[in-house]
Design a binder for this molecule. Structure first.
Ligand code: GLY
Length: 389
């Protein structure tokens, strides 16, 4: 028997769970979040690029539509959140420059440019000299680049903190404890049992536990989302005032096949990411990961070695089989999913909140989100997912 009930119970207080809870509460639903540390999760590590255009990949054109829909919502979303909470989100409409360091990178970037043009996206090819005119700290060897003025950034830590406050102001109840298992009765999700043995009942449950979404006990096998952790190591440096502005926009490149990006914040923080490794739930920061990021960043922007290194961290992206999120009703009545956002969690935050609120109120996905129904995947047997240590 459930001891406490709500209309909606969201499992996971990362940015995806929080935005879902906030938007649900705004629709008049009595909403609760269960998470030992709301505002934590992958957003503690993420750089916060809003990179629908520069992170476009072949075969991900459907995802592009959702990414662009969310990018369009960002100005209004950020303004609403700031007005409600008074928090500065570090939302910076600075654009992005993707550069090439050698002939292979240049060919890769040319192909990306052609794909962007086929998709009707705005990006401009620049020579190496034009790139360095925009960003004088770039290495002299830069061979060319793509200027994308529509790919911006936000500070995910500030975003998460503001979403916690927005939830509180909107009446969302926080249960600061771990959800141990999903409760199911009569073929329907009815709530969760927490690590301290409490039963939290709900009319509808949203599983938004990031990379952990695929391992919640009690979720029937055929409903368990096929989400896996993809490790990313990220560095933070500080730009002393005498070096400012070190970079004036996000700068990124593919170096030796890996994605490298440098995200300069207005407050002087410079975020450098990211490795991408499939190592289960390991979040160790390794000497090798830090070395690779610094080596590649130094090749791109040699002056980076002068900057104080202030933080190293690793987080887990919630990867899905097609790199796109799982949004909306699952095959189990009463259970909705908001997970599998992989590389685009920060970008997809506004649209996820709107889509999930719509689904919670109407039982249906809005048209723009239909391709992302969790039902596009069959069963994901537990044994296929590596268990945490
Ligand atoms: N979107 C950046 C990353 O996943 O590393």
């Amino acid at each position: 028997m459930s001891s406490r009930t709500s209309d909606v119970l969201v499992i996971g207080g990362g940015i995806i769970g929080l935005v879902t809870a906030w938007r649900a509460a705004q629709r008049g639903l009595a909403t609760a979040v269960v998470d030992p540390e709301p505002g934590g999760g992958a957003a503690r590590v993420a750089a916060g690029m809003l990179a629908a255009v520069t992170e476009l990949h072949y075969g991900e054109e459907t995802l592009l539509g959702l990414n662009l829909a969310s990018a369009r919502r960002y100005p209004q979303f950020a303004a609403e959140l700031t007005e409600l909470t008074g928090h500065d989100l570090g939302y910076r409409r600075c654009g992005t420059l993707a550069v090439a360091l050698d002939a292979d990178d240049r060919a890769h970037l040319r192909e990306l440019h052609a794909l962007q043009q086929r998709c009707g996206l705005e990006s401009q090819w620049l020579s190496g000299r034009e790139c360095r005119r925009l960003e004088p700290m770039l290495a002299p060897g830069v061979r060319g680049g793509l200027r994308v003025d529509g790919d911006h950034q936000i500070d995910p830590r500030r975003l998460a903190a503001a979403l916690v406050v927005a939830c509180e102001r909107s009446g969302v109840v926080f249960h600061r404890v771990r959800a141990e298992r999903l409760d199911v009765a009569g073929g329907r999700a009815t709530g969760v049992t927490t690590a301290d043995g409490a039963a939290l009942g709900a009319g509808q449950v949203v599983l938004a536990a990031g990379s952990l979404s695929g391992r919640l006990a009690g979720v029937p096998k055929e409903v368990l989302p096929p989400v896996r952790p993809v490790k990313g190591e990220v560095l933070r440096l500080a730009v002393p005032p005498r070096y400012a502005p070190f970079l004036s926009r996000t700068v990124r490149a593919v170096v030796r096949g890996g994605q490298l990006y440098l995200v300069p914040r207005e407050n002087g923080e410079l975020v450098v990411g990211a490795t991408s490794e499939e190592l289960g739930w390991d979040t160790t920061v390794t000497a090798g990961g830090v070395y690779e990021l610094l080596r590649d960043a130094h090749e791109l922007v040699p002056g980076i070695t002068e900057l104080p290194l202030t933080e190293t961290r690793a987080g887990l992206r919630p990867g899905s089989p097609d790199n796109a999120p799982l949004l909306g009703p699952s095959a189990l009545a009463g259970l909705l999913l908001a997970t599998g956002h992989y590389r685009n969690g920060v970008l997809l935050t506004p649209v996820t909140g709107d889509v999930l609120a719509h689904a919670l109120v109407t039982g249906e996905l809005p048209d723009e989100a239909r391709p992302f129904t969790p039902r596009r995947f069959g069963a994901a047997p537990m044994e296929q997912l590596e268990q945490p240590v």
